[in-house]
Design a protein around this ligand. Structure first.
Ligand code: FE2
Length: 383
């Protein structure tokens, strides 16, 4: 039978096409052909109209903190082991995702509460915000941490959280959970056991197997690495250093304060795996960035998805066509491919920003691109 060529939209063809599209969708398929520029028939435009993270700012003082205290009053540890406020990007809702690959949650721990251990495939970090005795036990190392300290709970490591102090403690977590979700590779375990006299016994706490200052003692002298301990900790594909102290990071930033730094990234220092010099996780990497008083970065656009948690100071960032005025403990999302720039508006105080990026994921997949504008406004490839 000879197939007739589609003539410009005779009523018959239109009706048949409508019926065809209906049946294609009814069978859980989608057409990939462009018949005209109407969105209903143009797959390329439909794909671009799909769910996509948007630039967004969550305010800590006005929004996050009051809701944290209200939830702490109503949701007791006995009711639920978990009590976190998850930042949901309006472009991705109802998915619990702050950017396409990152999940950020704030948590308030009541005085002296410690949760039971669990483990999962997603990697996580916690950044202390308030309180000096946040607690995380990770693979037998007990980490007590305060504001600005970064604690790793890598994929597949048993960990439990809490607060050893007598005051409430607030921290923020960043996980690669939406990435693991997209790859359909999330696995959780809650029944923590330890071996005792040849038998597995369920435990509500991890027995300490490492000195509390193990990470600092073994790894916190850059350039020196003990040969007499194993650097295979947890499941192995992450930094074996589980806590990075803010005092050291802050001191380092201060030492470079008079240097030029980068016109696009000011003074940016990456947290690295001390055994490789690479990012702490295969999926995510983390930085602290110092903007000197009055400093303004040149615009950058990259394919990586970035979240920024200002830790000290106040300023303004422009992300795409949005302007975000930020202060400590806010979070803002810079989805991949948006132009952004940061400005410290103070003429006397530095601003310090904590930055989380999925750059290692994109580099592993060869999807990473980074562009900047120079002082003339010309676009240059940075990476
Ligand atoms: Fe966890």
């Amino acid at each position: 039978m000879q197939v007739e060529k589609h003539q410009a939209q005779s009523p018959d063809v239109d009706a048949n096409l409508d019926a065809l599209h209906r049946d294609v969708y009814a069978n859980n398929m989608a057409p990939y052909w462009a018949i005209d520029r109407k969105v209903t028939n143009d797959e390329d435009r439909q794909v671009q109209q799909g769910r996509k993270a948007v630039p967004f700012l969550w305010k800590y003082k006005a929004q996050v903190e009051p809701l944290l205290y209200r939830s702490a009053a109503l949701i007791r540890t006995e009711t639920s082991e978990r009590r976190s406020l998850v930042l949901v990007n309006p472009g991705l809702a109802p998915q619990r995702a702050t950017t396409t690959t990152q999940y950020i949650a704030y948590r308030l721990n009541d005085p002296v509460e410690i949760m039971p251990p669990h483990r999962h495939t997603p990697n996580a970090i916690r950044l202390g915000l308030t309180g000096t005795q946040n607690f995380t036990g990770v693979e037998g190392e007990s980490v007590v941490f305060g504001p600005g300290d970064l604690v790793l709970t890598p994929h597949d490591t048993w960990h439990n959280h809490g607060n050893q102090g007598n005051e409430p403690a607030i921290n923020v977590s960043v996980l690669d959970l939406p990435l693991a979700e997209t790859l359909n590779s999330i696995a959780f375990e809650h029944n923590y056991t330890e071996e005792e006299e040849g038998r597995r016994i369920s435990r509500a706490r991890q027995t300490e197997r490492f000195a509390p200052d193990y990470s600092a003692r073994v790894y916190s002298r850059g350039g020196f690495l003990p040969r007499f301990v194993s650097h295979q900790r947890g499941a192995g594909a992450a930094s074996p250093m589980y806590v990075y102290r803010y005092a050291m990071m802050r001191e380092m930033l201060e030492k470079f304060r008079d240097w030029d730094g980068s016109p696009h990234e000011a003074l940016m220092v990456e947290y690295v795996d001390p055994t490789t010099g690479g990012p702490v996780y295969r999926t995510l990497t983390f930085f602290m960035m110092m903007l000197r008083p009055g400093e303004k970065t040149l615009p950058v656009r990259q394919t990586s998805n970035i979240t920024v948690i200002p830790f000290e100071g106040r300023g303004t960032s422009v992300v795409g066509d949005q302007r975000f005025d930020w202060e400590p403990f806010d979070t803002f999302a810079i989805p991949g491919t948006h132009w952004y720039e940061h400005h410290n508006r103070s003429d006397s105080e530095p601003a310090i920003l904590f930055v989380a990026s999925d750059e290692p994921t994109l580099k592993a997949l060869a999807f990473f691109q980074k562009f900047g504008k120079n002082a003339n406004g010309d676009i240059v490839r940075l990476s």
